[in-house]
Ligand binder design. Structure first.
Ligand SMILES: [Mn+2]
Length: 416
């Protein structure tokens, strides 16, 4: 049984005001070729198919045209898509019948009966390989929110639900390998991520403990973290990474898919197939920061734009300047130089006088990592950095209201 595991496509993502359809089309063309050469039995897409809940028509068109082509070329291929935190789970479910019509199974929301009991059976998708005895059961768990599970925390509840799901599958299909799809943050990957980003490990943030969960699975296909990596001490519990980098913090990450061979006895052999994104992310200079003149010289090494050429393949660039103050005229000169060259200047970061980098959080993942922090405090700090004065009480109140609405949903907040 051969499976291709992919996740975190984030179709429709806009990167520093640049829309990325060409990049996603490039990735999907690569994936199509990968399916052609690998001839897998199943393709698993583990959440964050879209970058946001209301994807642009261009983004939807890209996905549907890809699926149309994929299913026509590979009528035997089983395709399963689960929701991530960026997708609209309800939207995926609303189109489930259409997906099914072209041979794609989607799971957006945790299914329940009228009494509110979770319908575990609805998440099981048995698949067959080329031989009759070559079978597997896919447990297609959608993205789980706090309200979906019991237990003292989301992590505890999610782990319990996953255990129940795997136990149920093993009972129903005795001796058949089970593969779990889950868009979650798992325990033991945080340290590595924080080391990558050179940021301190955030206390109080925990992931789902997969040690026990993984015992009943031949393979766990994860989504959510954009770096291809295995969970600590669990070689069969893996992230495959995102399709494209989604922040400068991810510029060193590899991209690709996991090709997983599951043997009938439940063993899993994983091979990472790397994909080179169309547009790389570059920092000038590569390490640390440089003076204004040095940065300008480096920019001048990029080829000049040609008349009528598109920006589609141009790298995204961030510039780190080591200046006490960044003069507006200098910044304008950098921008003007970048505009003449085949680069897309995304941001100019001024590095503090003491050599430290000003805090930034432009990443999907970093936003998520910051979740347990004091949001109101963070907002006050951000306000002060932007406007060089304290947040007025009125704005603070408004912010608190918005925050409450986000947490409770607008109707509940209005009722209170
Ligand atoms: Mn993601």
């Amino acid at each position: 049984m051969k499976i291709i595991h992919t996740a975190d496509w984030h179709i429709g993502n806009v990167f520093h005001q640049h829309e990325r359809t060409a990049e996603h089309a490039h990735f999907l063309a690569w994936l199509l070729a990968m399916v052609r050469s690998e001839r897998p039995d199943a393709l698993l897409v583990v959440g964050d198919v879209f970058d946001n809940a209301q994807p642009a028509p261009k983004a939807e068109k890209l996905l549907w045209e890809f699926l149309d082509r994929l299913t026509q070329e590979n009528p035997q291929l089983r395709i399963i898509i689960t929701s991530g935190n960026h997708d609209s789970a309800a939207r995926l479910e609303a189109q489930a019948a259409l997906y099914r019509r072209i041979g794609v199974q989607v799971r957006g929301i945790l299914p329940r009966d009228e009494g509110g009991r979770v319908l575990l059976d609805d998440l099981y998708i048995p698949i067959e390989g080329k031989d009759a005895d070559d079978q597997a059961v896919i447990v297609a768990a959608p993205y789980l929110r706090r309200g979906d599970v019991g237990g003292n925390s989301l992590e505890e509840g999610a782990a319990q639900l996953m255990k129940d799901l795997l136990k149920g599958a093993s009972k129903k299909w005795k001796g058949v390998p089970v593969v779990l799809m889950a868009h979650v943050f798992v325990e033991g990957v945080l340290r590595e991520l924080c080391e990558d980003r050179k940021i301190p490990v955030i206390k109080g943030l925990v992931g789902v403990d997969m040690q026990e969960v993984a015992l009943d699975a031949a393979y766990v296909a994860l989504g959510h973290i954009h770096k291809p990596m295995a969970a600590e001490h669990l070689e069969n519990v893996r992230y495959c990474g995102s399709a494209v980098p989604l922040s400068f913090g991810e510029k060193a990450y590899k991209h690709g898919v996991n090709v997983v061979e599951i043997s009938p006895d439940g063993g899993a052999a994983v091979r990472f197939e790397e994909y080179q994104p169309l547009c790389p992310l570059l920092s000038i200079p590569q390490q640390g920061a440089a003076r204004f003149e040095e940065v300008l010289d480096e920019l001048k090494r990029f080829p000049l734009c040609e008349k009528g050429s598109s920006a589609d393949g141009c790298p995204y660039v961030e510039i780190m300047v080591a200046e006490k103050t960044a003069e507006p005229a200098q910044l304008r000169a950098l921008q003007a130089e970048a505009d003449r060259r085949q680069v897309r200047l995304c941001r100019i970061v001024r590095v503090n006088a003491d050599g430290t980098r000003p805090a930034y959080a432009d990443s999907v993942e970093e936003e998520e990592l910051c979740a347990p922090l004091n949001v109101a405090k963070l907002a006050r700090e951000a306000y002060k950095r932007c406007f060089r004065e304290d947040m007025p009480d009125e704005t603070a109140q408004l912010f608190a209201e918005v925050k409450r609405e986000c947490e409770q949903g607008p109707s509940e907040a209005a009722a209170k």
